[in-house]
Design a protein around this ligand. Structure first.
Ligand SMILES: [Zn+2]
Ligand SMILES: [Zn+2]
Length: 299
């Protein structure tokens, strides 16, 4: 896109003045993310956010690894925002991408959700995010009793995935979006045994189904990322009124309160306008770091 055709953004570009003329945005989604975000954006900015099924986002990679992911989450969310523009006539395209990483020595899973918003008529791009720990667990089960215990411990609305290696083909059999043992037995009939404590011929691995429509915990993280995006769209450059004028951590080197040496802690933040380049740098509170964060006092 050449510079002369770039449209300039201001507050009126992102806040609908008139309910009859909503600002339009599109999100590519198979998994119900639009239902989580649309009410928030409608209430706060007068947006009409529509989900589109025009492109199978699973082509960009799947959690279960059936289609490997080759892009980083940020690249993937950016690509989805671009595809949302290509498959709609909306003013803004929204891309969403989640990741789950084992943390705290495998005791917790950190769910990070990224949202990338792109404007059709300029290079204006906003990246918003949220992360929360979720108590997702995976378990290899050898009896029906173990499977029942796993299913009973799931949070309300959380669906699960069952995987087993089929004996005749040595291929992995997978059943997804399950909410009860009866559904598992229907989809994987070879699992059936005569009593609950009889050992299964082949172990079955149960895990959370992380797809957004099957994972209420993830919907909460997506809603928080949506709130971060809304916040960014409601902070404007004091010079040109472009949105997303939000302070980010800028310089490290917060001085130690005992010896004054620079530490690895942030000492300043900067808001930078992506449209006119205006920057505002400010010191962060507190203005000194505790000595246990200092390489000299606590080597
Ligand atoms: Zn020190
Ligand atoms: Zn500006």
């Amino acid at each position: 896109m050449s510079g002369e055709h770039q449209r300039r953004l201001n507050k009126a570009s992102v806040v609908a003045a008139d309910a009859d003329k909503p600002i339009t945005a599109a999100i590519l989604t198979k998994h119900g993310k639009a239902q989580v975000l649309a009410p928030l954006f409608h209430q706060q900015l007068g947006w009409q956010l529509r989900g589109s099924d025009g492109f199978d986002t699973d082509k960009l990679g799947m959690f279960s690894g059936e289609i490997p992911r080759t892009m980083t989450p940020l690249e993937c969310a950016t690509e989805k925002a671009q595809l949302a523009l290509a498959h709609s006539d909306a003013e803004f395209g929204l891309g969403s991408e989640g990741s789950f990483n084992s943390t705290y020595f495998g005791l917790m899973v950190m769910n990070q959700e990224l949202l990338v918003l792109r404007h059709r008529h300029s290079n204006f791009t906003v990246v918003a995010s949220a992360q929360r720990p979720v108590a997702a667990v995976q378990r290899q089960c050898r009896t029906i009793t173990q499977m029942n215990a796993y299913i009973d411990a799931l949070p309300p609305g959380q669906k699960f995935i069952a995987e087993m290696v089929a004996p005749e083909t040595a291929k992995t059999r997978v059943a997804k979006g399950l909410s009860a043992l009866s559904e598992l037995l229907q989809q994987l009939p070879e699992v059936r045994v005569s009593s609950d404590n009889e050992p299964l011929q082949h172990a079955v691995t149960l895990s959370w189904d992380f797809r957004a429509h099957n994972c209420p915990e993830r919907q909460q993280t997506i809603a928080r990322a949506g709130e971060d995006l809304l916040r960014r769209l409601q902070h404007y450059c004091p010079h040109c009124e472009c949105p997303n004028f939000v302070a980010e951590p800028y310089e490290k080197g917060l001085p130690c309160e005992v010896c004054g040496s620079p530490t690895q802690q942030w000492r300043s933040q900067r808001a930078l306008c992506q449209q006119c380049g205006y920057a505002h740098i400010s010191a962060l509170e507190p203005t000194t770091a505790a000595p246990d964060l200092c390489d000299f006092c606590n080597p």
